[in-house]
Ligand binder design. Structure first.
Ligand code: T4K
Length: 387
């Protein structure tokens, strides 16, 4: 028998915030100094401490990751065609369109759901100038294989690392890979500054160009070197970021416990596949994606609806595919025949709630509901999928 739940809603994520009292002294400092933005003291300190925490050389802070992606492409003077994944948040491809670049979609790997390196070469044309892969859910791409292709064909690599805060691969921070990597600090991310983002750069020269570009192109008071944009992070976001750095390890540890609880609880549920790590040395447990496979008694959308009816706001990240949105679907590379794996995965994906502070009995409530599908199916002789 199903149980009637009248509990509070459970969202796919909730931001992890410091105590308000701990933020007040920073706010007072900002009020007193009246330095609100344009690279103030909190901004400078946050950049420094982020580099140390993440183990990277240079960082340029941004107002959000989308402006970061747009600027990264400008900084590297990318034009023509860029190879990218259809399986991501729409901002990835939008950053290309904002630069007048044609996205060329390549299919994904069925295990990691990241861009499949073995399919990249066939998509390269004389117009290709770069590859924009995404570390989806914070699982690292096959960075070595992608770099080898980029080196062979003289392409730049810009990682959309919006999900990859704190992730380490075989050689340290995954953010060191590629020519540039772009982080998001949006409210829904493992590390949030309300809104925010950053570009991880290999050296001071590239950071300098990025800093000009994010400040209207100003190199000094009277010199404008490029048609830059306003992508600056404010002092408020930077001050919050500094506080967040103090709590991030605890937050990741809490996520890990929830991740393990889901995995243990789903191990014997037929038709539900949990995504495995992509070999990272340190994960950030940013999302908990499951694949609802054909042998699960409910179709993915029926399960999605059933959970929402119970106040559990799971999400279908990333369905629909970017390549199915109107501004992309006319591209030859957007054809479903070109993206069979992405199409299949987008139809099966469901992201379960995971965030620090999510009570374990709520995780169990989610698990119970996932098991109810199996129970009901038994009662109905496996006919539930057709209902
Ligand atoms: N690249 C990738 C791969 C990305 O995933 C993203 C963003 C970007 C680039 C661009 O990064 P930014 O320019 O945003 O820095 C969310 C986010 O808005 C988006 O940032 C994120 N990816 C994407 C995966 O998810 P929605 O439309 O699903 O968010 P929303 O508002 O429905 O929030 C989901 C749940 O989170 C809510 O049900 C409750 C909770 N929530 C949300 C917000 C905004 C809160 O508790 N508090 C909040 O303030 O897009």
């Amino acid at each position: 028998m199903t149980k009637e739940y009248k509990a509070a809603p459970i969202y796919v994520t909730r931001p992890s915030l410091p105590e308000l009292e701990d933020f007040i002294p920073s706010l007072r400092e900002i009020w007193d100094s009246k330095i609100l933005t344009n690279g103030g003291p909190f901004h400078e300190k946050f950049e420094q401490q982020l580099c140390e925490y993440l183990g990277v050389k240079q960082i340029a802070l941004f107002a959000n990751a989308t402006i970061g992606l747009v600027t990264a492409l400008q900084a590297l003077r990318i034009t023509g065609e860029v190879i990218t994944t259809p399986y991501s948040f729409v901002a990835t491809a939008h950053s290309l369109l904002w630069n007048g670049i044609k996205p060329v979609f390549v299919d994904i790997d069925p295990h990691t759901l990241n861009l499949d390196p073995s399919k990249i070469e066939a998509a390269i044309t004389p117009q290709t100038t770069a590859i924009m892969p995404v570390h989806v859910y914070g699982h690292p791409c096959d960075v070595d294989a992608i770099q080898a292709i980029a080196d062979t064909y003289g392409l730049k690599v810009i990682y959309d690392a919006a999900h990859a805060f704190g992730v380490q691969c075989h050689c340290g921070s995954v953010l060191q890979h590629g020519d540039l990597a772009v982080l998001s600090f949006h409210a829904t991310k493992v590390f949030t500054t309300f809104e925010g983002g950053a570009i991880v750069c290999p050296d001071e020269k590239s950071r300098q160009r990025i800093n000009y570009l994010k400040n209207f192109g100003f190199a000094d008071e009277v010199t404008v070197v490029a048609p830059g944009i306003n992508g600056k992070m404010s002092e408020f976001n930077a001050a919050l970021g500094l506080l967040q750095l103090k709590n991030i390890d605890g937050a990741l540890a809490e996520r890990k416990v929830i991740d393990e609880r889901y995995r243990a609880g789903l191990a014997d549920v037929a038709g539900i596949r949990c995504l495995q790590s992509a070999g990272e040395m340190r994960s950030n447990y940013a999302y908990f994606p499951i694949l609802v496979q054909p042998d699960y008694p409910l179709a993915r959308d029926a399960l999605y609806q059933k959970m929402r009816d119970q106040g559990i706001y799971v999400r279908r990240y990333f369905y629909p595919l970017i390549s199915d949105f109107p501004m992309y679907r006319g591209l030859p590379s957007a054809a479903h025949s070109n993206l069979p794996v992405a199409k299949k995965m987008a139809a099966q994906i469901l992201c379960l709630p995971i965030y620090p502070g999510l009570p374990h009995d709520q995780v169990d409530r989610v698990l119970e509901l996932l098991r109810v599908g199996t129970y009901l199916s038994g009662k109905l002789g496996g006919k539930l999928r057709a209902l």
